[in-house]
Design a protein around this ligand. Sequence first.
Ligand SMILES: Nc1ncnc2c1ncn2[C@@H]1O[C@H](COP(=O)(O)OP(=O)(O)OP(=O)(O)O)[C@@H](O)[C@H]1O
Length: 970
Amino acid sequence: MPEENVKVAVRVRPFNSRETTRNAVAIISMPNSQQTEIKDPSNLKAEPKKFAFDYSYWSHDGYTEGSDGYLSPQSSKYADQKKVFNDLGLGVLDNAWKGYNCSLFAYGQTGSGKSYSMVGYGNNKGIVPLACEELFRGIDEKRKTADKDDDFQVTLSMLEIYNEQVRDLLTTKAPGKGGLKVRQHPSKGFVVETLTTASVGSYAQIENKINEGTRNRTVASTNMNATSSRAHTIVAITFVQKQKNEAGQNMTKTSIINLVDLAGSERADSTGATGDRLKEGSAINQSLSTLGNCIKALADQSMGKKKVMVPFRDSVLTKLLQNALGGNSKTVMIAALSPADINYDETLSTLRFADRAKAIRTSAVINESPTDKLIRELREENLRLMEMLKTGGVAAVGAAAGAAGAGSSQEVEEMKRQMEEQMAANQRELEDMKKSYEQRMKESQAESVGMLEAEKKKAAERKVTPHFWNLSEDPALTAMIIHFCREGTAKVGNKNASPVPEILMNGLSIQKEHAQVTNKKGVVTIKSLSGSKITVNGKVVVGETELHHNDRVIFGPNHLYVFHHPQDEAKQIKAGKAVETPTYDSVQQELAKESGLMDNNSTKSTDDLLLQETLIQMLPMVSEANAMSEELDKKVKFEICLVSPRARGLAEGPTEVMVKMKNLMNSNYWLLNRNDFINRKYLMQEMYQSYMEGDSDWDKPKEQDPFWEPHTTPVLIGVAHIFMQSIAYLIDMDESMVIMDLKGKDVGHLLIELVPCDAKWNNLKEDVFVDDPKELKNKALNFKFIIKGARGIPANFEKTHCSYKIYLDDKPTKTEEIKASINADYKHERKINFKSVTDQLIKYLSEDSVTVELWGTQKEDGSKTSLAAGNTRDLMQREKSSLGAGGTPNAAGNSLSPTPAIASGPTAEQLAKQIQEKIAKAKAKGMKSVPIEEIESTLANLTGAPAPAPAKNAKGAAANKGTSRACILQ
Ligand SMILES: Nc1ncnc2c1ncn2[C@@H]1O[C@H](COP(=O)(O)OP(=O)(O)OP(=O)(O)O)[C@@H](O)[C@H]1O
């Protein structure tokens, strides 16, 4: 069987508005129509990494937007939708007409442009609609000259794989527990049972069906509280052509065209391995990671590697794509690339994935229908027999048949009769198939006409009646759900309400009777029912609130709608007001601002903008996690924590977003980094989904419960910053330093001593000091770093220890773990010795501080005094009200401000003052600065050699950095 490689194209999109605001740097270039290069943003001068593909599409710039919104090329370099379709889509169609199975799949991180290439937006139609249009244009063309027996049938199915479960997108029926079943068929491979196949007879019908599927996807994703970018969507078009071939025989060619929009390829963890206990628990990434493994194995196979097992069976997606990747299919992959520096890691991994896919070989065959083949064979056999009978070859046939146990011409006649009967039966079967197809077509046409009419009516009503339209993170799912607010009163509620509410919403935290919307002569108001949550423009609704055009309304934690008021809009336009339609980003930004976590100053650094983006991503997730905790009565609460670089022991860097998981029954808490939290959120969703499906075993054992963490997991209690300045003057320090938690709250004191020593580790005498730290250069330096203990630690801790790094330490040093609740004596003494002090070390000692982290494991039931009772909702309410005036709770339940850059205790300035006072006192007693000979002799003692010459240049200084660190004695 002839093999051919998978065709691979990459396409780079324009910057989005956020990237433009933050002055993102474009790191992708395409020197020609095949080559793609990527630069490492941390080293822009270095050679870029180079890749070659069948097509490299430049869609980053060089285009103009027409009045109809179509983006057309300004320069020949720009690849518009038509170009991509002509290269990839037409090829797929051509193969479909020939009877080959074809697959086209789009790969890339969320927001990189997969849907744009596959489906497109507005007038920029993507490959799927253009291919469907072209397919029907071709069919219409063929029909003009077709024979009466010729026939062309198109059927469509559309499914989604989310979390290893298959959902039929062409039905509103909820799938049973665990989704649709995937079974192995002896000849077809893996198939989805009971999947709807819709017959479609025109482009309008196919477009209608795809819209219907997208709408169902929107409803399902909000109901299940799922993230649409984590789902894979497969549109499968089956194209059957019945035509006479050149020899006048009836042939049926069947081609299945699989159009696959894969879930965002970003790794759940984009910063490397996470330490979270539950990191392997979620099935959310299983399909995509198995796809990666299959592509790797297939690429190895085509490179000639023997005995490679391709793990198709390890995920639902790869089972369904087995043919597309490893068998009977002509396959095209389009990898979508973000141009921005910040996406470097993801984009590079997409390019590597695409590069591997190039090597895969498939061997497609023209699919003839077995029924037709049989008829053809029977007819051929029949013709041969007739010919033989006519030409007197009966004896020969008889002899041949005799050898097989027959013998007479009667038997030959009998054989002939049986064959003819079989042929007739086959013909009948075909006729039945045709009839049932025609019936389905009629129904589908009627349904389609009905739907078109309903759509038209809805569109007309939208122009005059106030309504809500859904706003989704995924632009493809936006404005798919419309709820009208007709004159009178309408209830918003879930499916358990009786009577069924006029505005039906299901999903997380939507109550039976959630809200009431009243339209009184065009004045529309909303009020919350049964204490449920509604937010308008970022503010929680209290009492009856009037809605205005473009107001952003959130029901529960995540049902986001925009209110459209046609008359209000007209008034605004008349008054000359700019009417701006809210976007998902603008709404999230508004919520983040309302959360109080973001300052409102307009000049923002890149780090601020990136932090803002992270907050925008995390805030809705934290609200959802809290809503799930409330519904499942998990008695934990999640809160965003902003952690400054200083609190992480770094001199500089971005503020990090972490999530604190708090046990509401006692004061225990855990800190989750962003990726660990996101991973846990998927697990929470899985748990919530199984709870919603009525599974009796929805609740997991503690070890697998994302809402639980053992009390023995150490948590960071707080940090203290120890300034090293006194060592730079060879002056000792004995201080009690404040320990601050990540919110900047005082959680105890750390008793610290810094003691400069001589070569024999005797404490330097009081009269030994330097006036200027520079005097230490090239000399040896010995000092003791002593952590005596901690005082006033929160009572819920059982065991504590400290951990810190000094100067260039690559691993943290830990003190002993002390079992004590409020006061702990670590009695930790570390002897630190530098053979030769460098400028860099002097700078460090003079300006920097050591961050000592205080870690602890909590008591099983926290601090007994705070044990609380009640359900999660009550506990959350109680916590909110006890926050007091200082903390304003917000949508996400946060009341935090970022950690101050430096914890209090004696500040650097106060320490400097203390040091100068000590020096002044010593001088007043007639003492002089440290005798240089003493240091020289210390150095000689240690190295047995004279002091090394000072580094002459930066490189030398850097080299010295490494050697100046002597082994550290403990
Ligand atoms: N070639 C392009 N030209 C112009 N705009 C583009 C192009 N590709 C993508 N975009 C825009 O970028 C945004 C993100 O693209 P798209 O929705 O296709 O991403 P995606 O990878 O499908 O994301 P998701 O995984 O969330 O579905 C959209 O607003 C889209 O209009």
